[in-house]
Design a binder for this molecule. Structure first.
Ligand SMILES: NC(=O)c1ccc[n+]([C@@H]2O[C@H](COP(=O)([O-])OP(=O)(O)OC[C@H]3O[C@@H](n4cnc5c(N)ncnc54)[C@H](OP(=O)(O)O)[C@@H]3O)[C@@H](O)[C@H]2O)c1
Length: 344
């Protein structure tokens, strides 16, 4: 705990998994708040009871929270007294979780959607939650087992909030890099565009760094992203720049020779060689993916504004086929994926 500082915020984590355990674990490890209540599955309760919770950034030493210092529950009632709840479930579960939270939380509780995609905050509001804060998680976390959650990519937490609000202040005290914005939609779109490569990772089985260093995979991602940027242009939506670079440049950067991409990537962010998309993890665990909330959102917008999105549409179909087959990532190689998506 920070000497002389009396933390007062009670934080709930709805959906203790990679993001929830990492964010909540850091809050606890840094003594940033009075209480963190994790709500998740029994299998994780057992894992944390045996090993405690450890959070790790890149190759820094892990910070540890002992099992006895963790509050873990398997149902939302445990969050009733929280000042803020971070919703960290996958998008397919937002609606159900939102309805359960609306039943138990006080109207003054701030509920932040720490999820990818555009629609989760809307779904939470429609479920009856009064104070919803859209947020963007700008980094990746990998669950390594035995209570260890490893952050494998740099990037901030972004919140649609005032910098002096209790939640961003608490997150900063927890050693999180936090940005606040009046309107997060341009940043949510940018994150969505960056996340369009998740499906390429999920379909191919390749780690993020391997995708970025393969000219053929970059050609595929450039086509997927270029199509999305064109749809947003038709819809007159202006996504935010990514670390100072307009997102519309991304396809051009991806088409550059590999040594230049390696340099640009290194200057922009750290990517752990093991970092893979959470959609790859979903297919591996035979769970419903978030493809409808990512590539599917591009298709939906294209249909709304009369634009074309054939590559993203085909990606949605291929991921749904892989979900239905329930045989893990289909491991489609780069050349086969070029043909399957009709990338020119
Ligand atoms: N992982 C990343 O690196 C990363 C990075 C940026 C953004 N995100 C976004 O962050 C969000 C969370 O991703 P994640 O990777 O942290 O997901 P995750 O590891 O799957 O964690 C979510 C956890 O919540 C559990 N859960 C779902 N519904 C529940 C319920 N009603 N009660 C109790 N537990 C419940 C899930 O269990 P089941 O699996 O049994 O349903 C799972 O263990 C997603 O929108 C994702 O796109 C993730």
């Amino acid at each position: 705990m920070i000497p002389g500082y009396a933390p007062t915020v009670r934080i709930g984590i709805m959906g203790a998994g990679s993001i929830g355990c990492y964010v909540g674990g850091k809050l606890l490890a840094h003594g940033a708040v009075e209480q963190v209540v994790f709500v998740g599955r029994q299998r994780l309760a057992d894992e944390l009871a045996s090993h405690g919770l450890r959070v790790k950034d890149f190759d820094e030493p892990a910070r540890e929270v002992a099992a006895g210092d963790l509050e873990f529950a398997t149902s939302v009632e445990a969050l009733a007294d929280c000042d803020a709840v971070l919703v960290c479930v996958k998008s397919a579960q937002t609606e159900g979780v939102g309805r359960e939270l609306a039943e138990v939380l006080s109207p003054s509780c701030t509920v932040a959607s720490f999820q990818n995609g555009m629609r989760n905050p809307v779904i939470l509001r429609e479920a009856g939650i009064a104070r919803v804060v859209p947020s963007v998680v700008g980094f990746n976390v990998v669950s390594r087992g035995k209570g260890l959650f490893h952050r494998a990519m740099s990037g901030p937490l972004m919140l649609q909030a005032d910098a002096q609000d209790a939640l961003p202040l608490a997150l900063k005290r927890g050693a999180h890099e936090v940005e606040t914005h009046d309107d997060l939609a341009p940043h949510q779109w940018t994150k969505l565009i960056v996340n369009l490569n998740n499906a390429v990772s999920a379909l191919s089985g390749a780690p993020t760094r391997a995708l970025l260093l393969s000219p053929t995979f970059r050609r595929i991602i450039a086509a997927v992203v270029g199509e999305a940027v064109a749809v947003l242009r038709v819809a007159k939506i202006k996504p935010a720049s990514l670390r100072g670079v307009p997102i519309g440049f991304m396809p051009r950067v991806l088409r550059l020779p590999t040594p230049i991409v390696r340099l640009v990537t290194r200057a922009q962010m750290r990517v752990d060689p093991e970092a893979r998309s959470s959609m790859w993890e979903d297919l591996t665990r035979k769970r419903t993916t978030e493809v409808d909330f990512l590539n599917g959102e591009v298709v939906r917008l294209a249909d709304q504004v009369g634009a074309q999105a054939p590559i993203n549409r085909r990606i949605v179909e291929l991921v749904h086929e892989a979900e239905a087959a329930a045989a893990g990532p289909p491991n489609i190689d780069a050349e086969a994926l070029v043909r399957a998506l009709g990338v020119g």
